[in-house]
Design a protein around this ligand. Structure first.
Ligand code: GLU
Length: 458
């Protein structure tokens, strides 16, 4: 069974890039009948809040991507400490005491010599006596993971293809700070192992992390850490059997093609407030950066069926809010009343009549007001006033049924010789108070005979 996860830090609201990452994981799980987890990366206790966690749940719920289960890293600290102990005992993790200033100085010296600023592993030389002395001085160690070129560092990315990191060019990552707090890297790996995550799909800003995390997965596997049954269960063999598969999606750019600040700051709730339908966000983000075209779908099914992670390209994908608005309108045009029930006061017939002319569900209410009136009588020329008086008399003599608009305009065409704009525009303006709008054939029966007569006569 496929298990994917979306792992935001509850330190802010979801933005478009987050939604895309969540969506890709959700689509992958849904397509294969798997599980989609929400993992809250809340190890940064100072910046993580329950309010942000709740806004993430709300946004996923609104998007129709509620997770199958939720995990919180803050609840798993003891587990991380336990695993770190095992890694340390096996020589995969070690204590270090350098202060940020000392580390900075080391980096500067290396850079000054034209060398890559890689941590020199001085802490590996510390003896038990050194550690005892530091401890007696009240100095607390931070922990680093020991990278090893002999451990796996290559993978076949689901999106980028053959990928690797150059281990010697990287510093051993700090995994736990001196104050006991955790950095992102190791807890994520422990979670992925413990939670049986089979596929990790995230942004390409995590590519180097993946190489480092592969080393951690390998170290854990060598120690027999993790639900090994589930590894067999995945039916994978050979090198890397115990690792999830990784896919790194190219980042999104703004409409101008640049990595935009706005994209990172505009929250899901703003799109919701602007009347964007959740299905529109999904329909656009599911296809952005793929060779597949964006389609105005009204349900998840075609997105799930059409989803192939390998269809994502390596080039950055352009997210244009204007595209989203256009797509939203197209989707609304054939969205069933059932899909908006509870969010609109329009009857099904009213909804069907106006949905082709709205940019948001809320906008439909304006047309409802037009249908039911009162509307302000618009200014018309004297000539048109005479025409409208004649139209009222004609209308009064016709059976008021579903075909009334065609019957009325056919009769007026014959009796007045008017055609085209001269025939239709004064009628639309008198009947709706607007010069543009939904098909009059659908609107007029909803306006009703008496109201239509009154509007033509006024
Ligand atoms: N909390 C990390 C982030 O939002 C998770 C990355 C991951 O998917 O492992 O970048």
């Amino acid at each position: 069974m496929i298990v994917t996860r979306f792992a935001p830090s509850p330190t802010g609201r979801l933005h478009v890039g987050n939604v895309r990452t969540a969506l890709l994981n959700w689509l992958l799980a849904r397509k294969q009948g798997g599980r989609f987890l929400l993992r809250l990366d809340d190890t940064d206790t100072a910046r993580s809040t329950e309010a942000f966690a709740q806004s993430i749940r709300d946004d996923l719920g609104w998007l129709g991507m509620a997770p199958d289960a939720e995990e919180k890293q803050s609840a798993r600290m003891a587990r991380y400490a336990e695993v770190l102990g095992q890694l340390a005992a096996a020589g995969h993790a070690y204590r270090a005491y350098e202060t940020p200033d000392e580390l900075d100085l080391k980096r500067k010296v290396l850079l000054g010599r034209g060398l890559p600023p890689v941590y020199d592993r001085a802490a590996l030389q510390l003896t038990d006596a050194d550690h005892a002395r530091y401890e007696a001085e009240g100095r607390k160690p931070h922990w680093r993971f020991k990278l090893d070129p002999a451990l796996p560092h290559e993978w076949t990315d689901l999106i980028r293809g053959p990928s690797r990191i150059d281990v010697p060019s990287l510093s051993d990552p700090v995994i736990r700070r001196a104050d006991g707090s955790w950095l992102y890297m190791l807890p994520s790996v422990i979670d992925d192992v413990d939670m049986g995550v089979t596929h990790v799909v995230r942004g390409e800003d995590h590519v180097t992390n993946t190489g480092i995390q592969l080393q951690m997965f390998a170290a854990l596997a060598a120690l027999g850490i993790g639900p090994s049954d589930q590894l067999r269960f995945r039916g994978q063999t050979g090198t890397g059997a115990q690792f999830p598969q990784f896919g790194h999606a190219a980042l999104l750019t703004g409409a101008d093609g640049a990595l935009s600040k706005r994209l990172g700051s505009i929250g899901v709730s703003e799109f919701r407030d602007r009347g964007i339908e959740p299905i529109a966000m999904k329909a656009l983000l599911a296809r952005l950066g793929t060779s597949q075209s964006v389609e105005p779908v009204t349900s998840d099914a075609p997105l799930i069926e059409g989803f192939e992670i390998g269809n994502l390209g390596r080039a950055t994908a352009r997210f244009d809010e204007a595209d989203l608005e256009r797509l939203n309108g197209q989707i609304l045009h054939h969205l069933d009343h059932a899909a908006v029930a509870g969010r609109t006061s329009l009857s099904e017939a009213e909804w069907n009549a106006v949905r082709g002319n709205i940019a948001s569900v809320a906008e439909a209410e304006q047309w409802k007001a037009v249908i039911h009136g009162p509307i302000a009588a618009p200014a018309q020329t004297d000539e048109d006033r005479a025409y409208l008086a004649a139209a009222a008399e004609t209308l009064a003599g016709l059976p008021f049924d579903a075909g009334i608009w065609a019957a009325l305009t056919d009769a007026l065409k014959a009796s007045t010789g008017r055609k085209g704009k001269a025939l239709f525009a004064p009628l639309r303006l008198a009947l709706t108070g607007q010069s543009n709008g939904p098909d009059m054939g659908a609107l007029l029966p909803l306006i009703g005979r008496d109201e239509a007569l009154a509007r033509l006569r006024s």
